[in-house]
Design a protein around this ligand. Structure first.
Ligand code: GLN
Length: 553
């Protein structure tokens, strides 16, 4: 029988429920359990693929091409699981399924209602995770905050599930926030009490309270929360804000949460947790490292969540190379107006991440031009690769009208053009070239050196691609196609011969970077950035001495 850990959020949003879920996954994985993680999102969109990053942050793409919530990125990075479509469930999916069944006549004249039809569908989709993945333990995170109207059907479904499968097979973890009142210098538990009361009013009693706070939580406060919320004192887990994400599981472990959950679910660990690798990562992150600066030229830079995986991939690579990377967030549309160029010039490397639509594209192209002319390391991710090709095309062809047909449908030189199979597609949702595709690497190129293998598989999310009509002419001037689809038709990686590191990939390498396994392209880029900055980093593994590996919590 599959066992479940259900996570809900209370008091306010953005307290790190996704990271907490991912960290719990890590605790349980370290004990040898086969697990999977599912996110329930209460919005009516079928998936976040059609949402603006301003609304939703990054869209995280899985192997199977599903476009999912950015929390799935945390889950994959923390647990190293490769998740699938069933791991992100939205109200939109639930309702459209139930309505399709109704149209088919499956309900034989019945009135379709939230309870039981919607809640039954939710329960079936939660159970599907265990069935599809074979996981013995499934973590389910409910998006939003308890008290939201939208998430009520999800919570009701979880309440029903608990009474069906029993307390011994399910644990409710409630993640809350303890506000700090500056005037009196106190942390307050009242909002936590209220949100637990709210949860109780829908029939759910939490078993564990993870109390997030910016300040240390006194033992007396912990006891107070336990008393008022009806949980054991050892099941109240304070988690103080840390800027080191990968420290969260270590802190939860130090407070006994992994053992508590294992015991509570009647499970037997098959493995003793080994934290040495993560302790080394955290120690490396704490250590003073030579600093380098990387500019991220994007158009959603006000919202850092929009580039979550890029930021994490830079972090992983920096830890591995042994440098500390300061990110300079530059708005591509501002560069077009001549603003932000001093920052761009201060950077030792430039990343142009993915994006859609013409706004800000000229700023990205001019950042690519600057990188090429000034020999600054450049990493282009999807649209960033296309910007690099457009820029190089303008230079080689001597025509500023060179473009992608995404931005100028009538360009005389469409160096980037719609993928043939994309022609005639009208629907926006889930119709791009999505998910894992193989790519052959060309010997002797920077990409092949970085990966060190002959072929790879990477995650994609795009409609446009390199136009093969221009392969030859751009190659004659120094563009190298270092990654090609096995059928030879698609340029997946392009780089410049005459440059320390100027490389763009049509795929999104950031989705496959992991804390302990930095992505080869990000690593090669950061190495080149360190060279540009004339600093020598010392890698985590060589440097960590025993005493440095200890982590306070
Ligand atoms: N807009 C470009 C395309 O659709 C790039 C997409 C992206 O950066 N993810 O091909």
């Amino acid at each position: 029988m599959t066992k479940y850990i259900f996570l809900t959020g209370g008091v306010v949003s953005s307290v790190g429920k996704g990271v907490t879920t991912a960290a719990l996954g890590k605790l349980m994985k370290e004990r040898g359990f086969e697990l999977s993680i599912q996110k329930l999102d209460p919005y009516i969109n079928v998936d976040p693929g059609t949402m603006s990053p301003y609304q939703h942050g990054e869209v995280y793409v899985l192997d199977d091409g599903s476009e999912t919530d950015l929390d799935l990125g945390h889950y994959e990075r923390f647990t190293e699981a490769r998740l699938s479509r069933v791991c992100n469930l939205t109200s939109g999916q639930i309702y459209s399924n139930v309505i399709a069944q109704e149209r088919r006549g499956d309900f034989l004249g019945g009135t379709i209602q939230v309870i039981p039809h919607i809640t039954n569908e939710i329960k079936a989709r939660i159970r599907e995770v265990g069935q599809v993945t074979g996981a013995e333990l499934v973590l389910v995170e409910v998006g939003g905050t308890v008290g939201d109207i939208e998430s009520l059907p999800f919570l009701e479904a979880l309440r029903q599930m608990r009474s069906e499968i029993g307390r011994e097979n399910s644990v409710f973890v409630h993640v809350t926030w303890l506000p700090y009142i500056g005037a009196t210098g106190e942390l307050k538990t009242k909002p936590t009490q209220h949100s637990v009361r709210e949860l109780r009013s829908i029939g759910i009693s939490p078993d564990v309270i993870v109390a997030r706070s910016d300040y240390p939580v006194a033992e007396s406060l912990r006891e107070k929360i336990a008393q008022f919320c009806g949980v054991e004192p050892k099941a109240v887990i304070p988690v103080i804000t840390t800027d080191i994400l990968y420290e969260v599981p270590l802190r939860l472990e130090a407070q006994g949460l992994g053992d508590y959950l294992t015991h509570r679910l009647g499970l037997t660990a098959t493995k003793t947790p080994d934290w040495s690798e993560w302790e080394r990562l955290v120690a490396q992150e704490r250590r003073d490292r030579p600093r380098v600066r990387v500019a991220i030229v994007g158009k959603y830079v006000e919202l850092r969540d929009a580039y979550m995986s890029v930021r994490e991939a830079v972090r992983h690579a920096s830890l591995a190379v042994g440098v500390e990377t300061e990110l300079l967030w530059l708005h591509s549309a501002e560069l077009e107006k001549g603003k932000g160029w001093e920052d761009l010039r201060r950077a030792h490397g430039i990343i142009v991440p993915g994006g859609f639509d013409h706004r800000g594209i000229e700023g990205k192209i001019s950042a690519a031009r600057y990188a090429r002319e000034s020999q600054i390391p450049y990493l282009g991710l999807c649209l960033g690769m296309q910007a690099m090709v457009i820029e190089f095309g303008r230079h080689v062809l001597g025509s500023e009208d060179t473009n992608s047909t995404e931005f100028d449908p009538h360009t005389p030189h469409p160096v980037i053009d719609l993928l043939p199979e994309q022609r005639g597609i009208g629907d926006k949702g889930g119709t791009m070239r999505l998910g894992l595709y193989p790519c052959d690497l060309v010997p002797g190129t920077a990409a092949q050196r970085a990966y060190g293998v002959p072929s790879i598989e990477e995650r994609h999310r795009h409609r446009f691609e390199f136009n093969n009509t221009y392969r030859e002419i751009l190659a004659e001037h120094g563009m190298v196609y270092s990654g090609i689809s096995p059928d030879g038709k698609l340029v997946e990686i392009a780089e410049l011969a005459d440059h320390p590191f100027m490389l763009g990939s049509q795929f999104h390498p950031e989705f496959l970077s992991r804390p302990n396994r930095p992505h080869p392209l990000f690593r090669a880029f950061i190495e080149s950035v360190a060279e540009r900055a004339e600093v020598k980093g010392r890698p985590a593994v060589e440097r960590a001495s025993h005493s440095e590996q200890r982590v306070e919590s």
